[in-house]
Design a protein around this ligand. Sequence first.
Ligand code: PHE
Length: 369
Amino acid sequence: MNEAIFPLLDYDETSLDAAFIALAEEVRSEIASLQDREAFRLRWLGRKQGRLKLIGDAWLKSAPADARKPLGIRFNQLKQQIEAALATASASPRAAEAKASLDITLPGTVRAPGIAHPLLKTMHEIVAVFHRLGYSTALGPQVESDFYNFEALNFPPNHPARDTQDTLLLAGQLAKPSRDRLLMRTHTSPVQVRTMIAQAPPIRIVVPGKVHRNDAADATHSPVFHQVEGLCVDTNIAFSDLKGTLDHAMKALFGSNVKTRFFPSFFPFTEPSADVQISCIFCGGKGCRKCKHSGWIELLGCGMVDPAVFASVTAERRKLDPADDAYNPERVTGFAFGMGVERIAMVQHGISDIGQFYSGDMRFLEQFA
Ligand code: PHE
């Protein structure tokens, strides 16, 4: 319903201006909160009850002859303002949006699919190489006891070998016997022990997972990183099996051209122990900055399972079955290896700063899509 038109008391220019400014202001405020464009059009331009028609009736007809022209000019201006307002209102963002949602010819909204993080990708690749050799996956907890992380792996309490793995201890553990104290596992090797206690040979497992060390972060270290462990225990497992298996794995990961080299090393839980090096994939072994001009890149640790580890496992198994002899080192032997996933991924992709993996920078991550 249209409200009544206020009467025009005077027809001089100032009164006319004041009246039409008030009307224009009315139009502007209605347009600003426009909900229904058609209702607005009818209210102002409707042929029978529109305000322009009513204003015309009320003001034009009773105007003195000399006021008709200035009144008519302002009347037409107001009409043009209303029409212009209607035209721009239809092009307002809200209207444009309504139109777009109906335009079935526009391309759809593209959602980028997620991809595996480069570290996970490399971890899966490593695990897959061993799955193809008949290994299965085993997992273990990140909060581990001193027994599984150290003692059973032939790191006696207070032995200096523990210094090589600067350990994050859980608070409030001192009341417990040393073997039960909890810590963040420093390597995936405790899963070797857990698996052997739980099942008899033959064993072929890979263990991907997160490990923690109290190391300062730099270009090649992170206090949280990832490893893939391997363990094979059976009758007649020799060092040559270890060499053949890892040589195959390195060729599968880095290309059939790479050579491997086994360098004497030390781990308390393997004897003999070795570091595995591959010929530098950047210079082909000639020597470059990446391999510190040696032609070789050190990638992982490995060795034959130390009989002391079999002894710890046997002691645990005999708590359940005093006659257990499944891990008699006279009958079974085994090898183990452990590799850093970050290290392998950095060599694979030529990445020089480990921090890139954890930065969440899409420009870095999208390169692995
Ligand atoms: N656990 C060792 C480390 O983190 C790596 C390793 C695993 C070495 C298995 C030998 C055998 O340094």
